[in-house]
Design a protein around this ligand. Structure first.
Ligand SMILES: [Zn+2]
Length: 194
């Protein structure tokens, strides 16, 4: 790949450090400095392999259903093995699809329905403010959709910053984590059957 011939990168070639006021970014609630300096741009070809590339040693494929919060014939829903600061779930197809656009149409439609049901189950829990749905795919190759609960009142976590807060805040109590997980699975189970 020649970055100078790539419409998405030609403006980035040779871009050095850049200092901008943090107020102009989406995350001033997280970092209190007045400005931030980005590193010089580095483009890497080929990109590093993602976890489970080609379905080889893919943990999402090989984990048994018991490790998931919920499962049906085509989809499974996971969360972290141990409590994190913010509750989140990942919707994954049982088979190793890479991109959302690789899903057969009936599965793509079912994904939309499941995401809506998942959001409903999460929002029904007292204390859940918003549910943020994300699709990045830069870490694991196996297609996965995120839903992250922004606690009610935690307005500092609005928008993209919640994903940063997730790594900065203290973890939920194990008991609370498990009870939220259980309530989510129960609510989804009854909703998915209707
Ligand atoms: Zn996989």
């Amino acid at each position: 790949m020649n970055p100078e011939k790539n419409r998405f990168t030609r403006h980035l070639v040779g871009a050095g450090e850049n200092t901008v006021p943090l107020a102009g970014l989406a995350i001033p609630e997280v970092f209190t400095a007045e400005e931030v300096t980005s590193p010089a741009v580095e483009l890497l070809y080929p990109e590093p392999e993602r976890h489970g590339a080609g379905g080889v040693e893919c943990g999402i494929c090989s984990d048994p259903d018991e490790k998931f919060v919920w499962a049906n014939d085509r989809w499974r829903i996971s969360t972290a093995d141990s409590p994190r600061s913010v509750f989140f779930v990942n919707l994954v197809p049982r088979e190793h699809y890479v991109n959302m656009s690789d899903l057969p149409t009936p599965m793509a439609e079912e994904q939309g329905r499941l995401l809506a049901l998942m959001e409903r189950a999460l929002l029904a829990m007292e204390g859940a403010g918003r549910v943020h749905t994300h699709y990045w795919g830069d870490g694991a190759e196996h297609h996965h959709m995120w839903q992250i609960v922004r606690p009610e009142g935690f307005v500092q976590g609005r928008g993209v910053s919640l994903a940063v807060w997730l790594k900065l805040l203290p973890a939920m109590d194990a008991e609370d984590w498990e009870s939220v997980k259980g309530d989510f699975a129960k609510a989804l189970d009854s909703a998915a059957k209707t």
